[in-house]
Write a protein that binds this ligand. Sequence first.
Ligand code: ARG
Length: 314
Amino acid sequence: DTVRVVDEGESLPFTVSDCADRPGYDRILLVRPTHFDVTYEINPYMGGDVNRERAIEQWRTLRDAYDRYADVAVLDPDDSWRRLDTGGGETTATAEPARPAAHPDLVFAANLGVPTADGDGFVLASMATEERQGEPAYLETWATDAGYEIFDAPAGTFEGAGDALWHPGNRLLWGGYGVRTDRAVYDDLADRLDVPVLVLELTDDRYYHLDVCLTPLDETTALIQPEAFTDDGLARIEAVFETVLEIPVEESREGMAGNAHCVDGEHVLLPAGNSETEAILRDAGYEPVPVETGEFEKAGGSVFCLSLELGTLD
Ligand code: ARG
């Protein structure tokens, strides 16, 4: 009998080393911030006027930072949109596209889907909020063009790699649920991705996605915000990772420090301004790479949310 979804309170029926190896992904998809703005509030951080020029500047700096440690791919929303509109046909230089619907949060690539274990495809997201529902179609178009296999969204709400995080190096998925994503979608994902899922309940709106409070750094180490988890959830994280680094509460609440990203097992991109978290990472042997993301923090997102890991196709 294969193990599927394991709840926080249940005893762990396997160890991480029982889970087969999984290749690391060394490609990162970013979405050009063409539509980015804050025009509604669907998480407690949202608000304030976006300085568009500064946002574009910050996005370019983030792209350059990722580019140093990974192979970066860029989804251009307007190009994808033309393809959606023409049913996926060739875009013509002369056809003037009608104005695409604005998707102010589309820049948060992590929420569009989750990569398969081998990285050759995606399971699409189905957004919890009305405001973001049109977004996964952009990933579908881009990824189909790029040659990735696309799987339909599970039944229920599922916000992609914002809530479903791969354990580095293993065929094992962590699944956040309770705010945006439904617990039930992980039964389906476990079957379709053919991996066990360790689910973690999120109960606090400030930690509305798993990727704002859990950053797996490598197979044995995680950076977390303890106040985001239930006692059982915390115990599960501590049982699975040998080393658990804790973010000071203020740096999570005010600096989005939990939305960090370790692409290569060594360098950790994180929102600038979190000096204590940087020191914690450095002491543990990692190299913090602070990146200014203030404009995107006005929408409640930062470094990790702005990216989506991909496998490399051969
Ligand atoms: N404004 C976006 C939302 O509330 C931010 C998404 C951040 N994404 C993430 N993976 N944490 O949906």
